[in-house]
Design a protein around this ligand. Structure first.
Ligand code: ADP
Length: 547
């Protein structure tokens, strides 16, 4: 017997129309490429998304067509989120920090019909356009006065397109499993792979961001989106903010510590999200300007950190200096990305500070909709005892089934997706990522967690950032080498750092050598580029590796 309730597909257009109707006056504020701070509202975003849908229809974009973006976090990019997907086309957000060859591969692989770009990427478009043979036109996301001098086929002006289009548009109603947006993984090995989200997966995921034990985003929040709209749909925040009617603040191209600080202060942001490197820059600014800043002027109460492990030192700084609670979250492009979220349980009320920070250092618990398990080498499920570690597998309605253009499923025979991460799960369900499986250091048959070592190192007052990789060792197979970037003015005192680490990790984990470097390589999504570090130090001989 079927239920007798209404059928209404979960479509992205319903999010923006809800925001326009019930939160129409709530602001969307953007720091723009043109240099100004632009103020918009959910009603205006909806109005312009409808105009965009009309303009795209006139340009010949139809259902299922891919529309690429090379753009920062601004109101225009948010309009594309709703306009493109809402009309049934597919929004393909391209990470402009990738190498030009990767961008070329991705745009061609996705067969993007149009590419919308921010002025910052004019040179990139000039360089790539001749090789993007399937692209029918390029749209500069600006007004006529700021149009770049650029000789590419069919160069269009975003504001002109919108001005000429009608705001009257009836969003089409279609199957909620229709594709809505496309993101490629950064492909540290091999070619990038596309993850094709659906309207249904996107709306369900957005609901999770608004759940109390999700990210608890609500109409009472002013959310600062420091995670790029080209990085896994900014972790779903534009959709979630429309769903709940949160005020949304977008930093545009300005992600340096000072710009973050000022915009968050000026817009009363109480909630923010970003990768650890963004927050390192934020605290660098605070450190430099400590004497002149009144930190009480920041309203920040919750900060979501994900994308890489949040170092405990960062969690402590947010807590002690800003009174902000770090919600540590884990996920990946393939999981939309929210999969585990570090909200406390009832039993954690009143936990002493040190224990609370230890809890927050874990990557959180599975949220409803995400199934999780850790498995051993022969695929057997491992206990949730916080000790056993194994390959983390996931499944759920916003987890990938297969990559875009692939013939084969990305899942194992039982329908689980192997994340490539190694983790423990404790009896309360909190997941701790110990490493990416390819970054694990195998020393004498035991595994050393590079993430734990790195986090311990950045707890030292002289260390800004640390990376640990395994280097070949004749006796132990591999031993850890630690590379550190020091804070300005600090000098490496390796024995002192070694002693500091010895109080925090097992003795046999201690790095065999610590080297100070000027900078560490990062991927386009801000993660340490361990593959490159391993290549650089492939032939490095550790001082302990004596024949
Ligand atoms: P890429 O940067 O390669 O495109 P993603 O952005 O999808 O890929 O990154 C997903 C990976 O990032 C995860 O598999 C995991 O290794 C790492 N990651 C994400 N969040 C965390 C976290 N909170 N702690 C540790 N690692 C994390």
């Amino acid at each position: 017997m079927l239920g007798l309730m209404q059928q209404q597909p979960l479509l992205i257009s319903t999010l923006i129309e809800h925001a326009a109707q019930f939160h129409g006056r709530t602001e969307v504020v953007s720091s723009r490429v043109e240099g100004d701070v632009h103020r918009s509202t959910w009603a205006e975003i909806a109005d312009r998304a409808r105009r965009l849908a009309n303009a795209l229809t006139q340009l010949g974009v139809g259902p299922g067509d891919r529309v690429g973006t090379l753009a920062w976090n601004t109101h225009r990019h948010a309009e594309l989120y709703f306009g493109v997907s809402g009309m049934g086309a597919v929004l393909h957000t391209v990470n402009p920090r990738l190498f030009p060859e990767q961008i070329e591969y991705i745009v061609n692989h996705a067969e993007d019909q149009y590419v919308f770009f921010d002025l910052s990427f004019t040179d990139l478009i000039r360089e790539l356009a001749p090789r993007l043979t399937g692209v029918r036109g390029f749209v500069a996301m600006t007004d006529r006065a700021h149009m770049p001098a650029l000789d590419v086929p069919n160069l269009l002006c975003y504001e002109e397109l919108l001005a000429a289009a009608s705001p009257e548009y009836t969003w089409p109603v279609f199957d909620e499993n229709t594709a809505s947006s496309l993101c490629y993984t950064s492909g540290t090995t091999g070619n990038p792979k596309g993850v094709l989200y659906s309207h249904r997966s996107t709306v369900l995921h957005a609901w999770t961001a608004c759940a109390a034990d999700g990210l608890s985003l609500s109409a009472r929040d002013s959310v600062f989106v420091a995670v790029p709209l080209f990085h896994v749909n900014a972790w779903g925040i534009p959709y979630a903010a429309a769903l709940c009617g949160a005020k949304m603040v977008l930093p545009g191209p300005r992600l340096d510590g000072e710009s973050l600080y000022r915009l968050m202060r000026d817009e009363g942001c109480n909630f923010s999200l970003g990768v650890p490197t963004v927050w390192l820059g934020f605290f660098d600014y605070i450190d430099r300007q400590r004497a002149t800043l009144d930190l009480a002027e920041l309203a920040l109460a919750r900060v979501v950190i994900g994308g890489s492990a949040a170092p405990r030192a960062l969690i402590e700084r947010f807590d002690r200096e800003l009174g902000a609670y770090v919600i540590h979250a884990w996920g990946m492009t393939e999981t939309s990305p929210l999969a585990t979220i570090g909200m406390p349980l009832r039993q954690h009320a009143g936990l002493p500070e040190a224990e609370r920070h230890a809890l927050q250092s874990k990557q959180g618990r599975a949220i409803y909709g995400v199934g999780l398990k850790i498995v051993g080498e022969s695929g057997e499920s491992l206990p949730h005892d916080g000790v056993a570690f194994g390959d983390l597998k996931v499944r759920g309605p916003w987890v990938v089934e297969r990559y875009y253009g692939a013939d084969a499923s990305a899942l194992d025979a039982d329908g689980w997706f192997a994340t490539g991460d190694v983790a423990t799960i404790d009896p309360d369900g909190y997941v701790q990522i110990t490493d990416r499986s390819k970054d694990v250091i195998k020393s004498g048959g035991e595994w050393i967690s590079s993430i734990d070592l790195e986090n311990a190192a950045v707890g030292h007052p002289d260390v800004r950032e640390a990376a640990v990789i395994g280097v070949a060792h004749r006796k132990w197979q591999e031993r850890p080498l630690m590379l550190v970037v020091l804070k300005p003015g600090a000098v490496l005192d390796a024995p002192a750092l070694h002693a500091f680490l010895a109080e925090r990790v097992a003795k046999w984990w201690l790095p065999d050598e610590i080297i100070a470097v000027d900078a560490l390589p990062h991927t386009a999504t801000g993660k340490l580029q361990k593959v490159r570090l391993r290549e650089t130090y492939r032939a490095h001989q550790l001082p302990t590796d004596t024949a």
